[in-house]
Ligand binder design. Structure first.
Ligand code: RIB
Length: 296
């Protein structure tokens, strides 16, 4: 049997982050008090989370511009030991995200997709050697669907993080082994609100995990149901917590962990992410997660 190896295909953004007393309401200006930039993007964050979870080689297919932001995003992937497979769609700038983080750690994110919108079905590399494909929805839906179908046909385990929220075509759902969503995304995909178990049961996907913020995770895999409580931590910034959960979960499953153990590891990794500022800067490695779990 070949060793597990993960391909993440998706977005990369440079995050422009302002901390402010609160998130502005429409039409309002709020004076913030700190500004930073961080490597981000749901796809790149998840690739970093896979690699930091350790033990499984991780590559990432992403689209960047030819600007200075691109170099910073590539450098962050290299530093995390993710091998970037970069395409550069003509005339498109590197993706950016504009994030306001309030003093009570809420955030609001607006993404300018740029080159992420240029990722096309023909960009998928040869899949030989990969055991798992991890996708999100910050690149065009047609591309995500084509990638999932090709990988499914090739026998890879295909996981989709259904973020940002949108309804999904049947052809995409049929190509998935696992779907990871938050409560809003679950409602957008299933059409069912306020009843998590009914919504999970209604989805014709082998495994579904629903992140519930501080409450933890509810999941179903086949006929087996799991509940993993959240870990209480002092929250600084929740940006990339969901991405950390996705990457850590897929990495653990690829290593051969069972779902309950993988859910516990991924919840702990996501909780640690909330204790640090920024996106990729906040994602813990395997050692950090083990120390945290030992302390609980
Ligand atoms: O999930 C967090 C990410 O969403 C940020 O890093 C930002 O780039 C947006 O893609």
């Amino acid at each position: 049997m070949t060793s597990p190896a993960i391909l993440v295909a998706g977005s990369a953004n440079l995050d422009f982050v302002v901390r402010a007393p609160r998130i502005p309401t429409p039409g309002e200006t709020v004076l913030g008090h700190a500004f930073s930039t961080y490597p981000g993007g749901k796809g790149a964050n998840q690739a970093v989370a896979c690699a930091r979870a350790g033990g499984v080689a991780t590559d990432m297919l992403l689209a960047l511009g030819t600007d200075a932001y691109a170099a910073e995003l590539e450098a962050s992937l290299h530093a995390a030991r993710v091998r970037p497979l970069v395409v550069r769609p003509a005339g498109l700038a590197t993706g950016t995200a504009f994030i306001c983080v309030s003093d009570d750690a809420e955030n609001a994110i607006t993404v300018a997709p740029g080159a992420n919108a240029g990722l096309a079905p023909g960009h998928l590399p040869a899949l030989g050697g990969y055991s798992h494909l991890l996708l999100q929805l910050e690149t065009p839906l047609d591309t995500v669907t084509a990638f999932a179908r090709t990988a499914h046909t090739a026998g890879l385990n295909v996981t989709l993080n259904g973020a940002p929220a949108q309804a999904l075509p049947r052809a995409l759902l049929a190509a998935l082994d696992a779907l990871i969503v938050n409560e809003g995304e679950l409602a957008a995909i299933s059409g069912i609100r306020h009843d998590i178990d009914t919504a999970i049961a209604a989805l014709d996907v082998p495994c579904v995990a629903v992140t519930l913020g501080a409450r933890g995770v509810r999941a179903r895999c086949g006929a087996a149901w799991f509940s993993q409580p959240g870990f209480a931590v002092e929250i600084v910034d929740t940006t990339a917590a969901g991405d950390t959960f996705c990457g850590a979960l897929v990495a653990e499953l690829a290593r051969g962990a069972r779902w309950p153990e993988a859910l516990r590891f991924a919840c702990a990794a996501a909780a640690l992410t909330c204790t640090r500022p920024g996106a990729q800067s906040s994602i813990p490695d395997r050692h950090d997660v083990h120390l945290f779990l030992q302390s609980r």
